[in-house]
Design a binder for this molecule. Sequence first.
Ligand SMILES: NC(=O)c1ccc[n+]([C@@H]2O[C@H](COP(=O)([O-])OP(=O)(O)OC[C@H]3O[C@@H](n4cnc5c(N)ncnc54)[C@H](O)[C@@H]3O)[C@@H](O)[C@H]2O)c1
Length: 263
Amino acid sequence: MRLKDKVAVITGAAQGIGRAYSLRFAAEGAAVALLDKRIEQAQMVEREIQRSGGRALAIGCDVTDEQEMADVARRVHQHLGRIDALINNAALYYDIDLADTSIAYGRKVMDVNVFGVLIASWAVVPYMMRQRSGSIINISSNAAWPGIAARGAKLSTVSEDNVRRAYYYGLSKAAVVHLTQAMAIDFGAYGIRVNTLVPGVVLSEATKKALPEQFMEALRQQALLGTLMQPEDVVGTAVFLASDDSRLMTSQVLVIDAGRKLW
Ligand SMILES: NC(=O)c1ccc[n+]([C@@H]2O[C@H](COP(=O)([O-])OP(=O)(O)OC[C@H]3O[C@@H](n4cnc5c(N)ncnc54)[C@H](O)[C@@H]3O)[C@@H](O)[C@H]2O)c1
């Protein structure tokens, strides 16, 4: 067990890749706090983990609410005793509004995907500082690279709407890379590591809803490894980043995309 006795906070834990991180972290021995605005779904993940003998605590919250997140971090620390890792996974993705391309919508995407990362990190950092250790894992996307986002939007359907959404999502995920490096500089002296995971397209509820089948097939063909990715394909790298095996790694960007970034 690579995360024995560790406590991990995972945002957006109710479904998709967040659920996969949660199940695997628990299987690796971590106690996991499952944060999501979808509390009932998060509680289902909590029960699933408890049934297999793991420790989990589901908490309903909105990562963009600073006061609420400070309370959540206090609750996690009270119940689970420490905070070793945070996965900033929650994002506006499944909830993406395919009809709304307004700037106001773009601001909403930035609020959850960027400020949510900052707010959740600031909530747990005081506990990590006291421990003088911690690992923050931010989730970007290969859509942070404009060429990938633009090609993705074109493949998806050639419409201005998609291009606009690619701007919003790509911009937010590029900002996550910036935040990672800024926080790594800021918190390094306290033993807190901050790294970014960059998944390519993963077959989650979100992508199945948002992306047409021919887009998926094109992706599969363009991947150097000739495969599409499942949520479980990215979790091992998160386990590594949360574990002591990566204790001297910070400010890094790790891409997992079956080789698509290179096409
Ligand atoms: N699926 C992919 O292909 C892919 C690729 C690259 C990166 N990512 C990133 O991986 C992460 C997970 O992706 P997914 O496909 O599982 O997404 P998803 O939309 O299925 O899950 C996101 C979760 O975050 C929660 N959430 C959203 N806003 C929230 C808020 N304000 N407060 C609390 N919880 C909130 C949702 O309820 C949901 O459970 C996201 O950061 C996404 O951008 C996904």
